[in-house]
Design a binder for this molecule. Structure first.
Ligand code: AGP
Length: 609
């Protein structure tokens, strides 16, 4: 979604801002803009519709340079994508960029208009610019103006602010949307995501909820919501060693699919001993309380939700603990019954998803045993605000379609299942099956990824398709859901997933010779039932595409395609069956010619509700 970059330095900061925006492109946006305070001491603002390259072209036509500035990529919420709605927004000599949503913008707009302010955009953000300008006019002090403004706005925000009369500092604030301050040598930066600043620093201070700050060339002062000065420690960015370019791959998504063996190896590092899992990685408090857990709620969105659904099968089967999984946008507004000793697991790649974060924050008012964040970003809000944390180490995921984050989440969840089974005294042989399976995963993932050439051929069949059905059973039903989500998100083919047993309760009516039906058929206890479901599809002329274990002897019809995966232990089978579905959606998207890494209308990190 929207991205923020800011910088203050002795040198011209325009290249830092532009490079920062380029690094945020993966998040999805529709316009971009920046403002600097130029050599004449005036705000110089440039905005452009479309990609950052359009902003660069505008700056080539009319260069802007300065020692402080703020920049933004906008993903439209209030007001359609248009240059006049692009940030920064300006009120006299004051400029602001904003991520989030100002919920009381309509009322504030009316009040400001009645006081004579003229609006030039349809955005919620412009009220912030005018409010700041109004209070700056009254107090002559930008910090006071910021505080007075924050008292009036409701909703979610990360804000970066500057005024041409105050060229010695940038100001910022956060509530509900992430913001970091980057530390340089006699220069400082701001960003909504540390990735934007890795070209200049790997040292960041993460602002906490309600914080606001003044950032100068030499340092920063941070205040909490009560206006008390606070110290936020500097952390080194963990993924700095990861390459942030595509290398020899055509897209980030393809690169990230092929990074999975390494991502799984990194996630498991330090977590397994020969015959047990090393629960110390959860921290001492969690380790001591694992045995007290009597119930589990898993809450997440999108792909992360699918990982939670797979984990429910593992947890219930291997530990006997009741486990409920729900999308965060529903869970947060339900009167959820929380039985005694419930562990709330929030699951997220980014750790900044608004609905998932809201669930975690609301949990503080309920009687959960504890909250656990499973997340790929160490400095994220989710990780910092949860009681316990379990990090995946997939490295930065740039493609909007989540791939390596999903499989590493599954690895973390299978590890957690094993840890829960261990404290509940399950037989050593059961633990060993999980441990051996986890250890064998990186090699097996590499092996399954060699299916790519066969999947490239298969993808051609989807060139003219508009619909597809995905089928699975048991723990592979959520894998079918994930396959359908991947296909629709990057190829724009309408895809639905069903538990195969549900077919004749309605969806079978959709099946004809034009409908591809993609199924995942591992060699497990539900295989025979699944094959009966597939026969029902074949009898109606549906085109069957089946991913099956090599020992599955499923007769293909003339129109059908069956591709085989190795036979593997049941517990890791969902992880391996995910891979051909990722490759299929990727290659279908190539055939369709879509923007694979930045599919239309989507954002990488959904930081607003
Ligand atoms: C995945 O391909 C999606 N782009 C999306 O569903 C994503 O998984 C979802 O928005 C949740 O994100 P999170 O894991 O960062 O919380």
């Amino acid at each position: 979604m929207c991205g923020i970059v800011g910088a203050i330095a002795q040198r011209n900061i325009t290249p830092i801002l532009l490079e920062g925006l380029r690094r945020l492109e993966y998040r999805g946006y529709d316009s971009a803009g920046l403002a600097v305070i130029n050599a004449d001491g005036k705000v110089q603002r440039t905005r452009a519709m479309g990609k950052v390259i359009e902003l660069e072209k505008a700056l080539d036509r009319q260069p802007a340079s300065g020692h402080l500035g703020i920049a933004h990529t906008r993903w439209a919420t209030h007001g359609r994508p248009a240059e006049r709605n692009a940030h920064p927004h300006q009120s006299g000599g004051l400029v602001v960029v904003h991520n989030g949503i100002i919920e009381n913008h309509a009322e504030l707009r009316r009040q400001l208009q009645s006081r004579g302010f003229t609006f030039t955009s349809d955005t919620d953000t412009e009220v912030v610019a005018h409010l700041l300008a109004q209070y700056y006019g009254e107090t002559d002090d930008l910090l006071s103006a910021l505080r007075l403004t924050l008292n009036e706005i409701h909703g979610a925000y990360a804000l970066a602010v500057m005024h041409q009369e105050q060229p010695q500092a940038l100001y910022c604030a956060r509530m509900g949307s992430p913001l970091v301050i980057g530390e340089g040598s006699e220069e400082h930066y701001l960003a909504s995501d540390p990735l934007a600043l890795l070209q200049v620093t790997d040292r960041f201070r993460y602002l906490a909820e309600g914080d606001h700050a003044r950032v100068t060339r030499d340092g920063c002062e941070i205040w909490n919501a009560q206006n008390e000065i606070v110290e936020r420690p500097i952390s080194r960015y963990e993924h700095a060693a990861h390459s942030l370019d595509k290398g020899d791959y055509r897209h980030f998504m393809q690169k990230e699919i092929f990074e999975q063996p390494q991502a799984i190896t990194d996630t498991l590092a330090g977590m397994l001993a020969d015959d047990h899992v090393l629960t110390a990685v959860l921290g001492p408090e969690a380790e001591n309380r694992l045995a007290d857990i009597g119930n589990i709620h898993i809450v997440a969105c999108g792909t992360s939700y699918h990982a939670g659904l797979v984990a429910r099968y593992w947890i219930e089967e291997q530990t006997g603990l009741p486990c409920q999984v729900e999308v965060a946008s529903e869970y947060r507004y339900r009167q959820v019954v929380v039985p005694a000793n419930t562990l709330l697991i929030t699951l997220s790649q980014s750790g900044e998803t608004a609905d998932t974060l809201a669930v975690l924050r609301h949990a503080k008012t309920r009687n959960y045993l504890a909250t656990l964040a499973i997340c790929n970003v160490a400095g994220s809000s989710l990780v910092r605000e949860a009681d316990w944390r379990l990090l995946t180490h997939a490295g930065p995921e740039i493609g909007v379609a989540s791939t390596k984050a999903f499989t590493t989440q599954l690895v973390a969840l299978l590890w957690l299942t094993t840890a829960l089974a261990q404290v509940r005294g399950v037989p050593a042989a059961t633990l060993k099956t999980n441990l051996d399976a986890l250890r064998s995963l990186p090699g097996l993932v590499e092996q399954v990824l060699t299916m790519e050439p066969a999947i490239i051929d298969l993808a051609q069949r989807f060139a003219n398709k508009h619909h597809a059905l995905f089928l699975g059973r048991g723990a592979h039903y959520p894998i079918a859901m994930e396959g359908a989500l991947k296909l629709k998100e990057i190829s724009y083919i309408h895809a639905e997933a069903y538990a195969a047993g549900e077919l004749k309760h309605g969806p079978l009516a959709l099946v004809d010779e034009d409908m591809p039906v993609i199924s995942v058929a591992p060699s497990d206890s539900l295989l025979e039932k699944l094959i009966s479901n597939l026969e029902e599809v074949r009898a109606r002329g549906g085109q069957l595409v089946t991913f099956a274990c090599e020992t599955v002897d499923h007769q293909s019809g003339e129109q059908d395609v069956t591709l085989h995966l190795p036979n593997v232990p049941d517990c890791i089978s969902p992880i391996l069956f995910t891979l051909p579905l990722q490759l299929l959606s990727y290659h279908v998207a190539l055939v369709k010619g879509t923007d694979v890494d930045k599919p239309r209308n989507l954002a990488k990190s959904v930081t607003v509700e």
